[in-house]
Design a protein around this ligand. Structure first.
Ligand SMILES: [Zn+2]
Length: 102
């Protein structure tokens, strides 16, 4: 989630709000709109990391079904919230790289 040019300044100023330019080196982030890409990749990785948990909970019957559902809901919510900002930072860095190396 750091500036792809200098590696120091933060790309995001809030949870998901992008800076207009790097606070450290002044590199412009204008036009680097990640749109829905980070959300799609986050959903992909959350699904990828959730499937083993679902299989384990289903096969081993450690807990009751309502507790399993509660665990899965909390797990998916937390994992989504944790993965979304880094995924957006990666997307903005990729877009910056593609803009700089046309
Ligand atoms: Zn920078």
């Amino acid at each position: 989630m750091r500036c792809p040019k200098c590696g120091q300044g933060r790309v995001l100023k809030g949870y998901l709000t992008k800076h207009d330019q790097c606070p450290n080196c002044g590199e412009s982030f204008e036009g680097l709109n990640a749109d829905d890409g980070p959300a799609w990749f986050t959903m992909f990785f959350v699904g990828l990391f959730t499937i083993p948990l679902l299989i384990a909970l289903g096969v081993y019957n450690w807990f009751s079904m309502p507790f399993n559902i509660a665990i899965i809901c909390v797990y998916i919510t937390l994992l989504s919230l944790i993965l979304l900002p880094p995924t957006k930072g990666i997307f903005i860095a990729i877009l910056w790289y593609l803009r700089e190396n046309k």
